[in-house]
Design a protein around this ligand. Structure first.
Ligand code: NDP
Ligand code: PYC
Length: 339
């Protein structure tokens, strides 16, 4: 049993914000990243909350990430936008890009946003859920650094390459899934290793290319496998093409080659697509979709993706944060806030 500290969302936010500010983020960047971190903890998404702060700090300290980034949103075509992250963390570029993406999708029926020159270390449901709150269906994906072997191979080429999709449900929480195309997100593997747990068979291979359930052997010199064999592998490949080639950013392998290995997120991109059911299906689309959800809910044993996370958020209970992690983050602050 690992030691944990109970933290309310405001405490998580204050710790993240202080630590980022003390290490070179200006107010707007610190606030945007701290919001993402605090929201992740509140949603029970441990591998993408405070767990990421040491990596964010390493990237600020090495000078890889611009803590004073001023992301700019520009129109490429009527329904094609680019948010240039100015070398900063992704949350501020997303915060500036998403409202314009939503406006364009409402107007044109569909619109895409290419986030470039940004450093992504977070979960993607933040952005797809925000678009669903505008009444839009949304898809997002991002690449990272090689950690996943394509089906049949033993060497990594793909990042853990998550895909998130959100569907708007007026008057209710949207349906949102957000999943690595790896059998498990690397953050989850690292947390399992830290906490002395094993991972399910099929998660990854050790440095010799042999199957292992020891997360430390996967994270340290081994590789992850795609989920669902060649099918997950195809989706991971698609993410590389959408989040790199399509938007003019780096593939995972290029991001790794250019990275300074400080432990923080490499430079990369994110692809977002927003679609208006009102424009494409016309009025009544929501009632039609709810008929489908009613069928889904009537099935024994099935639950909607995102439901666990939304329930956790609604409970609004304090997060149980690994005590050693909290101490580490406090040690990275000049003036850590009281606990
Ligand atoms: P999980 O495998 O925990 O969950 C994936 C999705 O499946 C979630 O939407 C989850 O909903 C849903 N789900 C889980 N169990 C069930 C079930 N029994 N029935 C129906 N739906 C279910 O996520 P991952 O470990 O793959 O990814 C974790 C996070 O890591 C993601 O947020 C992802 O964006 C992030 N990530 C970020 C990367 C980056 O480069 N920035 C890289 C890789 C991952 P629920 O949450 O409600 O359980
Ligand atoms: O958990 O695999 C992961 C991950 C990579 C980048 C951010 N999260």
């Amino acid at each position: 049993m690992t030691d944990t500290i109970e933290m309310r969302a405001e405490q998580v936010h204050a710790l993240a914000h202080t630590c980022l500010s003390d290490n070179g983020c200006n107010e707007e960047n610190a606030a945007a990243v701290a919001d993402t971190v605090a929201t992740a903890e509140r949603n029970g998404a441990k591998s993408h909350g405070l767990f990421r702060i040491p990596g964010y700090v390493a990237a600020l300290r090495s000078g890889k990430v611009n803590g004073a980034a001023e992301p700019r949103v520009e129109e490429l075509r009527a329904a094609a936008l680019r948010a240039d992250g100015d070398g900063g963390f992704a949350p501020l570029a997303l915060r500036r890009g998403i409202p314009e993406l939503a406006r364009r999708a409402e107007k044109c029926g569909a619109a895409a946003l290419a986030v470039v020159r940004a450093h992504h270390f977070a979960a993607l449901w933040h952005e797809t859920e925000a678009l669903a709150e505008h009444g839009l269906a949304a898809l997002a994906c991002t690449a990272y650094m090689p950690a996943v072997a394509p089906a049949g191979a033993r060497a990594a080429l793909f990042g853990t390459n998550p895909i998130s999709f959100a569907w708007p449900r007026p008057g209710r929480e949207p349906m949102v899934f957000d999943m690595a195309t790896a059998a498990m997100a690397m953050g989850e593997v690292q947390i399992a290793a830290r906490d002395g747990k094993t991972v399910p068979p099929g998660t990854g291979l050790n440095a010799k290319g042999e199957p292992t359930t020891d997360p430390a052997r996967i994270a340290d010199g081994g590789v992850l496998l795609p989920f669902g064999g060649y099918k997950g592998s195809a989706l991971a490949l698609m993410v590389e093409l959408l989040a790199a080639a399509l938007i003019g950013e780096r593939f995972s392998f290029e991001a790794a080659e250019a990275d300074n290995r400080d432990g923080g997120p490499p430079r990369g991109g994110e692809f977002l697509l927003a679609l208006s059911p009102e424009a494409l299906a016309g009025s009544g689309w929501d009632k039609h979709a709810e008929e489908f959800f009613a069928r889904f809910d009537a099935l024994d044993g099935a639950r909607l993706p995102g439901a666990r996370r939304h329930a956790r958020r609604a409970e609004n209970v304090p997060a149980q944060v690994n005590a050693a992690l909290v101490e580490k983050i406090r040690g990275l602050c000049r003036n850590a806030p009281p606990l």
